[in-house]
Design a protein around this ligand. Sequence first.
Ligand code: HEM
Length: 420
Amino acid sequence: MSQTNNDNTRAFLRNLIQSLYRLAEQPQSHDKPGSIRLKLAGGVSELPVIGHPEPIAQIARQPEIFIKNYNNINMLGISRFNANGEQWRLRSALTQKQYMDAGRSDRLQHIRQQYEAALGSCANAASGRLPYLFLNASIGVFHEALGATLNEPDRLIILFDRIRNLLLRLQFYSWIPMQSGVQAALHSEAEDLLEAIDGYMLDEPGLQRLRQQFNDEMQAQPSFRANEEYLMNLFAGIETTVSTLLWITCQLAAYPEAQANIREALKNDPTPAILDGFISETLRFYPPVPFVVRELARDFNVGGVTLRSGQIILVSIIGAHRHPDYWSRPCQFDPHRSEFMHNSYDKNAFIPFFQGSRMCGGARLARQELREGTRALLLNYTISNNHDHADIDYGLAMRPVDSALPEIRNLERSGIQLSN
Ligand code: HEM
């Protein structure tokens, strides 16, 4: 893919997210859907956007009516992420218990070790290395959750980049019509990538066992492919976590006083309330999954508007997170936001992991990772900013563009001594 095409793809997806941010600034006073306009080659298309917490909660409670439809992303196969109904139930049973167990407090030490090893190992870290350091740690945590240790994680990091790059384009072509030549090329790229993932699973003993276990449990399902299940779980779990940690880094740089306070609090308590509050505020302000897509399985009335069977809708997490009926000064980042410090927010209005039965399978584990990742970052580095605000990069998750990442300096070099 040429650089220009790649830039156009990124610009289109960035615009889509910016439209959701703009729409959230004119919030729906009641639960009537809004819409965004997509300018396509064949004209303009209006896409309904639900951004009010109440109808979102209704949607989340009825997954059999609001089914998942991730369109071209299906080229990378079927997994619990994009399956519906009985297929989803069977697939989620393959991994859900492992994710829940991995997020238990008695497993915290394992997560801490992964982040301390990745972030502490780099005496001369430059900000450009941060995505790699977080990625390394998150890959370790994800595989530990599934009972696998990797011999060649760097090989997976290269594959992960390929998944990211392809998903960016599959996401783009989920909105923009594609010519059949492009479709054939994307199909063949997806096939190659799935084959490479299968090869990797076969070469890594831990993943070979996982592959076998998946296949044993799903043997009655002829369409099941272990590499497809693994690939989407891998990406869903890691890309979102790394993206959030990068936003947290940006916000710590933008709020140096909060950065110093949290670092100070960490000296006496590994999980101070101001750390959790800061993480939640970052998730509210920059939800790494800014929207989810659903297709209606039958006609349904939302706020007096009938959405038709087959209609695709965007459920705007950004909208819920910025609704003025639910948040004070919703469009302002507040590092000590009282709704989080006093736990007084409405649970329907804070949904970075979505809600209902199709909410994030790894939410508890992700929370632990965000704490431990931020802790390891703050105990090893000072973070400072050269940028007023960070531009958005959006593939399947939203993250700051690499060029906007703050400067990080090793704490000992900057003269700050830590007591622990
Ligand atoms: C900050 C980190 C994370 C965020 C913000 C996040 C957010 C989300 C959201 C919003 C969804 C729903 C997507 C939709 O309905 O279309 C989702 C689904 C999912 N996430 Fe996460 N996620 C995070 C981390 C993780 C981790 C660490 C794992 C596993 C290790 C994970 C595994 C999954 C899976 C398997 C699904 C599909 C759930 C299903 O329908 O069965 N996520 N995530």
